[in-house]
Each structure stands twice: as C-alpha cells, then as structure tokens.
Design a protein around this ligand. Structure first.
Ligand code: ADP
Ligand code: MG
Length: 253
C-alpha cells in the first residue's frame, strides 16, 4: 500500500466539474509535482487532500488509514468521523501562495502558535524545535520581527517553518513562489529542495518548470480536471507524449 492513495476523485462546484476522476498514489519520501494550466483543478486537488474541500466521489487513504471511502455502486464518498479526519489532516503541512502568517504575532510566535493550540504544548517544549526550524530556514535572527517587516521570500520561509513545526508526514505546496518577485523565489525553492533532500514526502503545485524538474521524482500534468500525463521529469520534459503536455511546456518557455 502506498503512503497516500487518492483514487478516482471527483469534485464539482455546482455544475462545474473541476476534478473528473483524478488518482494519485505516492510513497513516503516521494516528491510529486503537479503542473498544468491555470483552472485545471490543481489547487482543488490539493485542497481535497487536506480537506479544505470535500470530495463528491472517490477515496483517500493516508498511511493505511481511510479518511474517505467510496461505497460500492454509484453513491457519494463517505467520510470517517470528523475527529478521525482531523487527526489524519494534522499529519499534513500546507504552504500556499499567500503565506497567511498571523500579522499581529512575531515570527517566533507564528511558529509556536499551532503546537501550543493544537497540541497543547508548552513554549519551553516547542522552543528547541522552533529554534532549529528558524535556523534551518535562515531566519532565527528575525524571530522577534513582525511579518510585515520581512520580504515576501522571508515570510514564505517562515510559513514553511510554521508548517514544519507540527512535524507533518507530508507537505503540500500550492504555488509557493507565485506571489514573489523573481529575485526572491530562489531562496524559497532552495528551502523546499532541502526538504526534498531530507526525504520529506511532498506534493508541489508549481509554475517553476526548472524547479519541478529538479526536485520531483514524478510529474503530473493536469488539464481540464484530468491527469493528462504523468511520468518522471525526464519523460515529461524530454519526451512528452500528449499533445496538451507538449503545448503547455512550449507555452512555459
Ligand atoms: P488551478 O489551481 O489549476 O488553477 P483550481 O483548482 O483553483 O485550478 O480551479 C479549478 C476550477 O474550479 C476553476 O474553474 C475555478 O474557477 C473553480 N473553482 C475553484 N474553487 C472554487 C470554488 N470554491 N467555487 C467555485 N468554483 C471554484
Ligand atoms: Mg491553483
């Protein structure tokens, strides 16, 4: 069994079919990058995994633990109990385009907040982890600053450290650099690359093709709510089979 198994996911917003039967199996330690044109359902797919959206059909299992199951026949998916779903989602760290740091808290308090509130940990219990994480993203010296005093790249690195403070088993990134000025993307991508080198399991939605190629074990090309093509970075970038993939990659040059 794979670490994450998302099978035949379908999701509609009203009459709009956004995910039309999308599946992804990934092993622990694997890095999967999802690429594709805007509006193809990439964000929705990630949001379905961490339950920011519910799915209509399909099943999701994480580490052998069923979060959503598809009953036999044609019915809608059935969720595990809310507390069980929350427990599974707590194993996921998320990092989005807009960093959504708490503006009224210092960098350090941003890191400490979730372990305090969600896990009921005391500040002195979390401090060693918080210090290690802020050093890892190169921002320990900014621990007493407020987010508005940091560059976008620094804020996104704090957001990554904040997600890591919950000790997730999988990290989900949705276009983590697309709100950044080009000169600031490198520092964020390097941080994510470092996580990949440490065997963090990750799904990364990105428009940074060179980065996807470098960091991912596997690439999914999505368009129109379907995985049109999937393969190793070499297969997708050197020998794309699908005409849609070929045209998309040309448009990204
Ligand atoms: P991508 O991340 O690939 O750009 P999204 O998953 O954000 O694509 O969106 C896919 C489609 O679903 C788009 O047409 C978008 O407008 C629509 N969509 C996304 N979220 C919602 C929502 N909450 N309500 C209605 N439509 C939505
Ligand atoms: Mg998106």
């Amino acid at each position: 069994m794979s670490f994450v198994e998302m099978d035949h996911i379908r999701k509609n917003f009203g009459s709009l079919e956004v995910l039309k039967d999308v599946s992804l199996h990934m092993d622990a330690g694997e890095v999967v990058s999802i690429i594709g044109p805007s509006g193809s359902g990439k964000s929705t797919f990630l949001r379905c995994l961490c339950q920011l959206e519910t799915i209509d059909k399909g099943s999701i299992t994480v580490d052998g633990d069923a979060m959503v199951s598809q009953p036999a026949g044609d019915g809608r998916s059935v969720y595990a109990s809310p507390s069980h779903v929350r427990a599974i989602c707590r194993r996921m760290g998320m990092c989005f385009q807009h960093f959504n740091l708490f503006p009224h808290m210092t960098v350090l308090d941003n890191i400490l907040e979730a372990p305090r509130i969600v896990k009921g940990m005391k500040t002195n219990e979390i401090m060693p982890t918080a210090e290690a994480l802020l050093k890892k993203v190169g921002l320990w010296d900014k621990r007493d600053e407020y987010p508005s005093r940091l560059s976008g790249g620094q804020q996104q690195r704090v957001a990554i450290a904040r997600a890591l403070a919950m000790n997730p088993d999988i990290m989900l990134f949705d276009e983590p650099t697309s709100a950044l000025d080009p000169e600031l993307t490198g520092e964020v991508l390097r941080t994510i690359k470092q996580l990949a080198d440490e065997d963090m399991t990750m799904i990364i939605v990105t428009h940074e093709m060179a980065f996807a190629r470098e960091v991912a074990d596997r690439i999914l090309f999505m368009a129109d709510g379907i995985v049109q093509e999937e393969g190793t970075p070499d297969q997708i970038f050197e020998h794309p089979q699908n005409e849609r993939t070929q045209n998309f990659l040309k448009s990204m040059l």
